[in-house]
Design a protein around this ligand. Structure first.
Ligand code: ADP
Ligand code: MG
Length: 276
C-alpha cells in the first residue's frame, strides 16, 4: 500500500513502525470493495466498489456533490450501515465483528448542526460519553474545561449555557469538543462547518486545521467545498454517483483532467472584478 506523505517527518515514523510494532502499521480504516444497496421494491445501489485506506493520523477528505454518497461512507465506518458487499475494517477489525457500541466509543462524530441536546448545558453535552463511561464528577468537570479551552471557548463563560445561548460557530465548537471527549482515535466530520456564515466558516476551518495537526487523530472529513478540502486534507477522494473517481493529494488534485474535478475547481475561480 502506498501513501503520499508530504513531510519527511512522517516518512521517518512509518519506517520506525515497520521495524518495531507490526500491529501498529495497519491503516486505521480500510474499505475493501464495499457496495451498499437499498433493497426496496426498486433495489438501488448507493455506493459501489469503494476501495481505500486511511493511515493513522491522516485527514482524508471525502469530496462530492450532494447525493454522491459521502454520508453513506461515514455511516459504514461507524456501523450505522452494514455493507451489502465487501468489508469496512476499522482498527484492524471488520465493522461486522465489532460490538457497535465499543466501535462508536472510539469514533467521534461531528455533524452539520452540531446535534447538541437543547435542554442540556454545554458541559452536559460535552460530558455525554464520559458519563456513559461512568467517569467521576471531578474528572468529567476537568475534561469539560480542558476541551472548552481547546476549542477556544472560555470555560467559566460557556460551560453552563444552553445551545440556544450560543452562536452557530460556538455550537460547532461545542460539537467538536463533545466528539473529542473520551479522546477517540478516529474523528468523522460530516460537513461540520457547512451551515456557518462564510467568515465564521473560514475562521473555524483555519483553527480546526491547526487543531487537527496537533491532535494527530485519524480524520475522515466530508465536504462539498473544494477550498475546505484543499486546506484540511492529507488526501482527497472525489465521489460521483456513489463511486470514487479521484484519489489524490491536495497538490495533485486541481491538475487532474476529469470533468468533475474541473466542475469543482471552477468554483475556485477569482471573483468577477477581482484584480489578478
Ligand atoms: N435511507 C435512504 N433511502 C433512500 N435513499 C437514500 C437513503 N439514504 C441515502 N439515500 C440516497 O443515497 C444517495 C447518497 O446519499 P448520501 O450518502 O447522504 O449523499 P451525500 O452525503 O453525498 O449528500 C442519495 O441519492 C440519497 O438520496
Ligand atoms: Mg451528506
Amino acid at each position: 500500500m502506498h501513501y503520499d506523505v508530504p513531510s519527511g517527518e512522517r516518512g521517518v515514523s512509518i519506517e520506525m513502525n515497520a521495524k518495531t510494532t507490526a500491529e501498529n502499521t495497519g491503516p486505521a480504516i480500510q474499505f475493501q470493495d464495499v457496495t451498499y444497496s437499498l433493497n426496496g421494491s426498486v433495489p438501488r445501489t448507493i455506493v459501489s466498489d469503494i476501495r481505500f485506506s486511511v493511515a493513522s493520523g491522516q485527514t482524508l477528505v471525502l469530496l462530492g456533490r450532494s447525493g454522491s454518497g459521502k454520508t453513506t461512507l461515514l455511516k459504514l465506518i461507524n456501523s450505522l450501515l452494514i455493507p451489502t458487499a465487501g468489508q469496512v475494517i476499522v482498527r484492524g477489525r471488520a465493522t461486522t465483528d465489532w460490538d457497535p457500541i465499543r466501535l462508536r466509543r472510539g469514533i467521534g462524530y461531528v455533524i452539520q448542526d452540531a446535534g447538541l441536546f437543547p435542554h442540556f448545558t454545554v458541559a452536559q453535552n460535552i460530558a455525554l460519553v464520559p458519563s456513559l463511561e461512568k467517569w467521576d464528577a471531578a474528572r468529567t468537570a476537568a475534561r469539560v474545561d480542558e476541551l472548552l479551552s481547546l476549542v477556544g471557548l472560555e470555560p467559566a463563560e460557556y460551560r453552563s449555557r444552553r445551545p440556544h445561548e450560543l452562536s452557530g460557530g460556538q455550537r460547532q465548537r461545542v460539537g467538536v469538543a463533545r466528539a473529542l471527549a473520551v479522546d477517540p482515535p478516529i474523528l468523522l466530520m460530516d460537513e461540520p462547518f457547512g451551515a456557518l456564515d462564510p467568515v465564521t466558516r473560514a475562521e473555524l476551518q483555519r483553527e480546526f486545521s491547526a487543531l487537527a495537526r496537533r491532535l494527530g487523530k485519524t480524520i475522515v472529513f466530508v465536504t462539498h467545498d473544494l477550498r475546505e478540502a484543499l486546506l484540511l486534507a492529507s488526501r482527497i477522494i472525489l465521489l460521483e454517483s456513489g463511486r470514487i473517481i479521484v484519489d489524490a493529494t491536495p497538490q495533485e488534485f486541481p491538475r487532474i483532467d476529469h470533468p468533475e474535478v474541473t466542475a469543482f475547481t471552477a468554483c475556485l475561480a477569482p471573483l468577477p472584478g477581482a484584480s489578478a
